[in-house]
Design a protein around this ligand. Sequence first.
Ligand SMILES: [Zn+2]
Length: 291
Amino acid sequence: MDESIAVARARKLLRDVGVTTVPVDVEALALSLGFHVSRQELPDDEAGCTLKRRSKIHIWVNQNDSPLRQRFTILHEIAHHVLELPSRHGEKVPADELERFSGRHPEEILCDIFAAECLVPWEVIQPLAEEKEFTLENLAELAEQFQASRSCVASRFAQASGAHLAFVVAEEGIVKYSIASKALKEARLWITRGIPLPKSSAAAKAFKSGFSGLHEADSEAQDWSNSDDARRFACYEQATYHAPTKQTHSILIFEELEQRPISSSYRCVQDDRDDLLEEIDGYPGWSKPRY
Ligand SMILES: [Zn+2]
């Protein structure tokens, strides 16, 4: 199973249940699938668990966790059921695992992706991502509106935006997760998982400082991506660091440095090479070739 299947199943569930507004009523969603959700006194290191009692399935969540965390835990447990992925953490969800990437099974990450898709439905985030700027301040507001974590909202915003954006999560200075907007992918700019954070980045500085907080940096897109097309972009970054998890979150906004005009001779060359025309359509600021 890959991410697209997890996403498709989450969307189908939302459609089946008729979810169109946020914050999504996670407990109603659970109930529609036959799960009984309750808050329980659980050990600090346990976010939740699923158990069967007299043919009923119960999801217990840690009552001491924040409401946002509880919502995510419930959906993560639902994901195991809907995606038919057996839990790799036993029946208990360890508190330090959710929404983290190091040392986790791919199945568990797929369940997080499913949960994020349910918490921040595409139909709702898409128009908001078109309308608002990608800033930490706006993400904080959206997190409130969706009742979801900022990283969850940020990934979904980047996916839905028409601008050149990316959201990058690193742990201990290594990129663990990156989500690029469609426009950024079309500009052929990739940020590879597993690479160290660029030295010039706000996230690297934040990590080095060792203190939780907000950092900003201007850099070149080439610092983040070794793709040739990165040369065309500058990058502005806002980053936060969370010391207990050694995790940095970067929001990256790429700006195109120069927009090469399409000369008539250039267009003529392109006309002979149909395979390139599609790619040109992806560049903002370039007019479409006319025939
Ligand atoms: Zn799990």
